[in-house]
Design a protein around this ligand. Structure first.
Ligand code: CMP
Length: 147
């Protein structure tokens, strides 16, 4: 059955003009783009979105990076959306992606372990939280819409 995940084209992807190419890949992989919004994150919003990483040494750099320009946030839908989108984007470290997953999106437009061009929810529970975080009016998926 249908599942939803949160996808984001990060500032390096948007400023590098990769949005159209990435959306083409998304549609060719049979995802439905349920909704999308272009947003400029402020420090508070970026910190809240990534709060699980707040104790990591890279966190201040991550917040600076994520606020450096607009991001394109999308809700993607298809059966197995969370895992299929993670597969399509490839490993976190774009440097490694270029070697091990040369056809992945991060191999296409990422640079390293921080500037990796795109985000994808890592589980169905993360997807639910992240979709609600950006789209207050969008239901996360089938289960959440049954109540
Ligand atoms: P993302 O999948 O969006 O989740 C957390 C983000 O933190 C990750 O992509 C990278 O942008 C960043 N990140 C993860 N690991 C590192 C690292 N070792 N050094 C710098 N940034 C990182």
């Amino acid at each position: 059955s249908e599942e939803r995940t949160l996808a984001m084209i990060k500032p390096d992807g948007v400023s590098g003009n990769y949005s159209d190419d990435i959306k083409r890949i998304i549609l060719e992989a049979n995802f439905n783009i349920v909704t999308e919004t272009l947003a400029q994150l402020d420090k508070e919003t970026a910190s809240a979105f990534y709060h699980e990483h707040s104790s990591r040494s890279f966190f201040p750099h991550l917040v600076t990076y994520m606020t450096s320009g607009p991001v394109l946030v999308m809700v993607l839908e298809k059966p197995n959306a969370v895992s299929d989108w993670r597969g399509l984007i490839g490993p976190t470290d774009a440097q490694k992606a270029k070697i091990s997953h040369p056809h992945s999106i991060r191999a296409l437009c990422g640079k390293d372990s921080q500037s990796n061009c795109v985000h994808g929810s890592d589980s169905t529970s993360s997807a639910e939280r992240e979709i609600k975080f950006f789209f207050k009016d969008v239901v996360p998926g089938d289960i959440a819409s049954q109540h």
